[in-house]
Design a protein around this ligand. Structure first.
Ligand code: SF4
Length: 205
């Protein structure tokens, strides 16, 4: 049992994308939709239905609640396939592969299922809606270690409440929180002060 706040599996994707985005969402409670999050929500309707069905000889459970006492994690799997004694988590993404966020989320789901069910899960799948491809992901020790390190880093962030500086790089262009984060203003020390002096107090610095 972990001492400290429980981490949401969804925070792993946010942290992998940008630690500041993770802090804004999970520490400050901010949320804003953009075209990507809206498209994702619409595409997840069937996944979120919670309906189980048989597909090609497998039982497919949807919107499966997950937790891990050992990691202090909680969340939900988009789908879990049961094929005989094999348990296979499946993460759905609407677009194409971006970095390793989907693999990390999938691995976190597998770690939860392993603890909940007392099974070993060597492989999961990420289904990408862009190319409409289901990609097998080996859940290797390095990926598992990375998940544990990110979960620890998120918990540390939750406890400290620290808001990291904005990197103000190409990630910000498509970020759902761009208008809340204001990365151009917050990316370098002193910029906010200069902005406040110029715009709010109307004096030169
Ligand atoms: S706008 Fe940029 S710095 Fe701000 S949360 Fe998004 S990705 Fe991170």
């Amino acid at each position: 049992m972990i001492d400290g706040p429980v981490v949401a599996i969804s925070a792993i994707e946010h942290f992998a994308y940008c630690p500041r985005q993770c802090a804004l969402i999970h520490c400050d409670g901010l949320w804003a939709d953009n075209e990507h999050t809206v498209r994702g929500s619409r595409a997840h309707r069937r996944v979120d239905s919670g309906q189980a069905r048989h597909e090609r000889g497998r039982l497919v459970l949807r919107a499966v609640p997950l937790w891990s006492d050992a990691l202090g994690l909680t969340g939900r799997a988009d789908a879990v396939e049961i094929d005989g004694s094999r348990i296979i988590p499946v993460e759905y993404k609407t677009g194409i592969r971006h970095g390793s966020a989907a693999e990390l989320q999938l691995c976190a789901q597998a770690l939860c299922l392993e603890e909940m069910l007392g099974v070993e899960i060597p492989t999961g799948y990420v289904w990408y809606g862009g190319p409409r491809r289901k990609v097998g992901i080996p859940l290797v020790p390095e990926l598992r270690r990375e998940v544990r390190e990110i979960v620890d880093a998120i918990r540390t962030q939750l406890i400290s409440g620290h808001l990291p500086e904005a990197p103000n790089d190409e990630r910000c262009i498509e970020c759902q929180l761009r208008s809340h984060c204001l990365p151009e203003l917050t990316s370098a020390p002193g910029r906010v002060n200069r902005y406040m002096a110029r715009v709010v107090f109307r004096c030169d610095t």
